[in-house]
Design a protein around this ligand. Structure first.
Ligand SMILES: CC(C)(COP(=O)(O)OP(=O)(O)OC[C@H]1O[C@@H](n2cnc3c(N)ncnc32)[C@H](O)[C@@H]1OP(=O)(O)O)[C@@H](O)C(=O)NCCC(=O)NCCS
Length: 189
């Protein structure tokens, strides 16, 4: 049976849900000095003024248990500059399941929900960073490693790689992907 998940519109997220997501993200990726309150405020502010196409509106897929959010994936629109022109890709990030409930296919259900937006033609690709450990999880879902050099021409260091994880991947593996440098025109995700 497919796990039950819900879709949450990032533009109209409630304070309570922003806090629930912030709590989950800080459990998985603890950062010194970061508070749930601060993280929740960022989530609340980040997309409230989104003015892009309705079909590409930023959203999260998530699983709840009682008053907690226990698994999560964020699917945002990001326009990147490639040698083949500008593309608005699905920027997948913050894919996580609480450690005590891993292996129950929740992560897969949420990543698949995000990739369905690509399958439906809403985006031409999903682009996301990951680690060597998690790479097989995405390969099973149809992702493949991207070897292009990446920069952010709008950043303080326009030549530096704006991603921090060692591996960059795209979905699907099958379609044509541009060669050459990719300018992600903003910070990594
Ligand atoms: C990666 C993560 C989200 C997977 O969540 P999950 O709910 O345990 O995953 P699922 O149960 O849906 O697994 C789906 C499939 O991927 C496999 N898989 C999951 N994590 C894997 C890993 N690290 N390496 C290899 N395979 C993995 C599962 O075995 C399963 O395979 P199957 O369908 O053949 O049985 C979870 O391990 C996590 O939160 N990790 C820490 C945060 C993180 O690194 N997120 C990724 C950031 S890009």
């Amino acid at each position: 049976m497919e796990p039950a998940y819900e879709t949450l519109d990032q533009r109209t997220i409630t304070e309570a849900d922003a806090r629930r997501i912030a709590t989950l993200l800080l459990t998985i990726w603890p950062k010194p000095g970061r508070t749930v309150e601060g993280r929740a405020q960022t989530i609340l502010q980040q997309w409230k003024d989104y003015r892009g196409p309705e079909v590409q509106h930023p959203r999260s897929f998530l699983v709840r248990e009682g008053d907690r959010i226990i698994a999560h994936a964020q699917a945002d629109p990001r326009t990147i500059r490639t040698t083949a022109g500008d593309l608005t890709v699905l920027a997948l990030c913050r894919v996580c399941t609480l450690p005590e409930i891993r292996g129950l296919k929740l992560g897969r259900a949420l990543a698949e929900a995000a990739f369905a937006l690509v399958d439906q033609g809403v985006y031409p690709f999903s682009l996301f960073q990951t680690t060597e450990q998690v790479r097989p999880f995405y390969e099973k879902l149809g992702g493949t490693v991207v070897l292009n050099r990446c920069v952010n021409s709008l950043g303080e260091n326009p030549e530096a790689n704006p991603f921090w994880d060692p591996i960059l991947m795209r979905y699907p593996a099958t379609a044509n992907w541009p060669t050459g440098t990719i300018d992600i025109l903003g910070p990594g995700w």
